[in-house]
Design a protein around this ligand. Structure first.
Ligand SMILES: Nc1nc2c(ncn2[C@@H]2O[C@H](COP(=O)(O)OP(=O)(O)O)[C@@H](O)[C@H]2O)c(=O)[nH]1
Ligand SMILES: [Mg+2]
Length: 301
């Protein structure tokens, strides 16, 4: 994936800013480190995480007596890769059947990501079923139905206002009966109130985990990279209700704020599993920590 000017995504912009700073300052000094810190913070990497990155770098510079700014780049890549590497990024459990519960606030990209995942698994020859457990708005199930049709997978849906856990219960039965490998469940991002939403999510989570077991359940929190720091508080709330197993970071194609991937990884012990880089079903990439860290400098993921 490449970003052209003028619409540069996170990687392109950050790469350019860091590249400029490196070119402008031939030696590593406090002024360079200060500038780097500012670049990181304004890319939404978050104050604490940015300070930590620069502090680790300062330490490495001291230990290894690095003086040229180019040498710093390699070290910086290592530091960032170390933060975002949580070990099991692509463990979308490989013992089938599995269930994936997709959660997150409205507009984050849950339904679109379901279509993307459904396509991905279908392309791998897996049998996929999607469950329209966002019953809060009629339009939600319709949208999922359109996507399901486009990527060619079956859907289980109820009437608007139905109990979302009942939809999931039915979908689990259907998945068993039809020999489905991957059941992907859409959920609401908003209900009458937040307490209600969290209670419903807890129930759905229980239904899924009871049927599939811990090992074969993924709960993916979908975070919109453009919301920056808001994503952090969302991760906290949703994580408490459901025991999130991983993160999907969407809309990295349209933002300079992808640093949130680093912050979320640093503040929570959660792997980013996929990134969304557009609105089409093929616009989903597995998250690779090293590739991510490299992209920050090359501008291309
Ligand atoms: N540019 C871009 N847009 C996205 C991405 N993922 C989702 N969207 C768009 O974000 C909007 C909300 O997505 P939707 O899946 O309906 O969010 P939901 O409310 O969480 O289900 C839609 O217009 C999507 O096309 C992405 O990775 N990149
Ligand atoms: Mg939706």
């Amino acid at each position: 994936m490449e970003f052209d000017t003028p619409k540069k995504g996170f990687f392109g912009r950050l790469a350019q800013r860091i590249g400029d700073a490196i070119q402008l300052r031939p030696t590593v000094d406090e002024a360079f480190l200060d500038e780097l810190e500012e670049i990181l913070i304004t890319s939404d990497i978050g104050m604490e995480t940015s300070l930590r990155i620069v502090e680790d770098l300062r330490e490495a510079v001291r230990m290894k007596r690095l003086t040229a700014t180019e040498d710093v780049e390699t070290k910086l890549r290592e530091i960032i890769a170390g933060i975002v590497d949580k070990g099991d990024h692509l463990r979308m459990t490989d013992a089938y059947p599995i269930a994936v519960l997709m959660i997150g606030v409205n507009g984050g990209g849950k339904t679109t990501t379901i279509a993307k995942l459904a396509k991905r698994y279908t392309d791998e020859g897996k049998r996929v079923l999607v469950a329209a457990a966002d019953t809060f708005r009629a339009a939600a199930a319709e949208q999922l139905e359109v996507w399901a049709g486009r990527v060619g997978v079956d859907i289980v849906r109820h009437q608007e206002g139905a109990d979302p856990s009942a939809v999931i219960f039915d979908a689990v039965q259907a998945a068993k009966a039809r020999g489905v490998d991957v059941l992907i469940c859409d959920t609401a991002g908003r209900l009458q109130n937040k307490r209600n939403l969290m209670t419903e999510l807890e129930k759905m989570n229980k239904v899924v985990r009871r049927a599939y077991g811990e090992e074969q359940t993924e709960v993916l929190l979908v975070l919109d990279a453009t919301t920056g720091k808001n994503a952090i508080s969302q991760a906290k709330e949703f994580g408490e209700a459901t025991g999130v197993t991983g993160i999907v970071l969407t809309k990295l194609d349209g933002t300079a704020k992808g640093g949130i991937a680093i912050t979320v990884s640093d503040e929570f012990d959660l792997p980013v599993k996929f990134i969304g880089i557009g609105e089409r079903p093929e616009d989903l990439e597995p998250f690779d920590p090293k590739r991510f860290a490299d992209s920050i400098f090359t501008g291309v993921y």
